[in-house]
Design a protein around this ligand. Structure first.
Ligand SMILES: *Cc1c(COP(=O)(O)O)cnc(C)c1O
Length: 483
């Protein structure tokens, strides 16, 4: 790694020289109590502007990002975020708004929220939408609180269980438990879909509903979805759709039409707003008209050409986020939807499915493919053949970093041993996909000719193989001067 900014410091060097002020200067000690003043100046690096710029640009390049390389992280939809989204969010009419401004001054912002609500309602086929949640797991929480409020209002308080398939994203059982439900896990069948007999056994008067992802986390479309919906509704339960990844079905099929009652969408996945690195996310929760009154308040409503924030919602589960959600993210999501239009969003899904199936068909000759049918926007390989040669999926994932590619999601879903869950997204060219295939084929060859090279990877990254337990428990996040 090149020298850090602290090591480049030269006493007296500075980035900018300010002109002498034309007014008399006050001493700091006249402005602040002496207890608040330093006695020794801070040990800051003294560098030129160029050194400072290089320092921060280099730091920004130490992490992998979608702007610097391919990022096939299954279930995360690390697609390219078009820069026009950022430009729209930075428009001063949006950027300079204050959340306490009165309604009549923020009509444009409310119209934007309302338009996004309507656009999402039409994509998912459910009429009522809130944009307050900060991220997917937060949206799941809102959805389950709505389901809970619904049964409470009906007096059906014995419905304490939520069914979750064994392939579910980890947030699903976690959310159900946090929302006060008991989690009942059901198995998937040999085709990776929900096992209908297992579902029938789990259903009953104590079940509030089921949480499903479709396509599921194996990237497979739930073939029996309408039968599943019929069975759950017949047993008096509701269906929750985890739409964190809508990238496979936008414009092709709608959760509302499949029979789902509530769903959430990660705007920071399908709708191309930034994610990774813990930045702000955005999430929409949509539900059937019968559940609308339970939505978090305030709800953005429209009367004629006037938009308002409706706080008068006595059955609402309450407020779940500061102000109205992460507004800048919502501007980006609507920009993306408008830029693509109806046909464009359909095409996104079709291209995402095509990319995934292309990779699957090419790679299945080198890596085990547990589920052979056509996939949706992602698919799961298994590193069992390579493991027989002593090389694990973990080693393969680390080796990919040497080629400037982020690793896929690994060891998930849990039902596949040595899992590699690959999601190329529609934003990558065929050339990038072909490069990735070549990298994967080469790594497979290396597991036969030079397994040590794979097992000791990465070799080219700024930081090599980490002690993962120690890195998680005692992260070293700060530069410290040599003692
Ligand atoms: C990403 C994801 C979530 C959680 O979303 P966050 O925004 O990370 O909280 C839930 N379910 C699925 C299927 C996901 O891929």
């Amino acid at each position: 790694m090149s020298k850090l900014i602290y090591e480049k410091s030269v006493a007296g060097r500075q980035a900018i020289v300010l002109p002498k002020p034309g007014v008399p200067q006050k001493k700091l000690s006249d402005l602040l109590p002496s207890a608040f003043l330093r006695t020794v100046p801070p040990a800051l690096p003294e560098v030129s502007e160029l050194d400072a710029v290089r320092h921060f640009v280099k730091l920004s390049q130490l992490n992998h990002s979608i702007d610097t390389g391919f990022y096939p992280l299954g279930s995360c939809t690390m697609k390219y975020n078009p820069k026009v989204n950022d430009a729209m969010a930075a428009l001063e009419g949006f950027r300079d708004l204050h959340p306490y401004q009165p309604e009549e001054q923020i009509q444009g912002a409310l119209e934007l929220l309302w338009t996004l609500q309507e656009s999402i309602a039409s994509v998912v086929g459910l009429p009522a939408v809130t944009l307050q949640p900060a991220a997917g797991a937060h949206g799941e929480m809102v959805g389950l609180m709505i389901i809970k409020a619904y049964f409470k209002a009906k007096g059906e308080t014995a419905r304490t269980k939520v069914i979750v398939p064994d392939t579910a994203h980890g947030t699903n059982p976690a959310t159900a438990a946090l929302a006060g439900f008991d989690v009942v896990e059901i198995p998937s069948n040999e085709r990776g879909n929900v096992d209908i007999e297992g579902l029938k056994k789990a259903l009953g008067p104590d079940v509030a509903g089921i949480m499903l992802t479709n396509p599921n986390t194996l990237g497979l479309f739930e073939e029996e979805i309408t039968e599943i919906a019929r069975l759950v509704h017949e047993a008096g339960g509701l269906l929750y759709y985890d739409g964190a990844n809508l990238n496979a079905i936008m414009g092709l099929v709608r959760p509302g039409d499949m029979g789902f009652d509530v769903c959430h969408l990660n705007l920071h996945k399908t709708f191309s707003t930034p994610h990774g690195g813990g930045g702000p996310g955005g999430c929409a929760v949509a539900c059937r008209a019968t559940l609308e009154k339970f939505l978090p308040k305030p709800v953005v409503t429209r009367k004629g050409s006037r938009f308002s924030l409706d706080w008068d919602r006595p059955d609402s589960i309450g407020k779940i986020k500061g102000f109205y959600g992460n507004f800048g993210i919502l501007v980006r999501a609507l920009t993306y939807m408008l830029a693509h239009g109806r046909e464009g969003l359909c095409q996104v899904s079709l291209d995402a499915i095509l990319s995934a199936n292309y990779l699957k068909e090419k790679l299945k000759h080198f890596y085990a493919l547990p589920y052979k049918q056509a996939c949706m926007h992602e698919f799961v390989l298994s590193g069992t053949r390579q493991k027989e040669r002593g090389v694990t999926t973990n080693h393969i994932a680390k080796r990919m970093l040497d080629f400037g590619v982020h690793s896929p999601t690994v060891y998930f879903p849990l039902v596949v041993p040595e899992a590699m869950m690959i999601e190329p997204t529609e934003t990558e060219s065929k050339q990038t996909l072909d490069d990735f295939i070549e990298i994967m084929v080469n790594i497979d060859k290396e597991t036969q000719t030079d397994p040590e090279k794979v097992k000791t990877a990465p070799h080219n990254t700024p930081v090599g193989k980490l002690d993962e337990a120690l890195a998680a428990r005692k992260p070293n996040l700060r530069w410290q001067p040599a003692k």
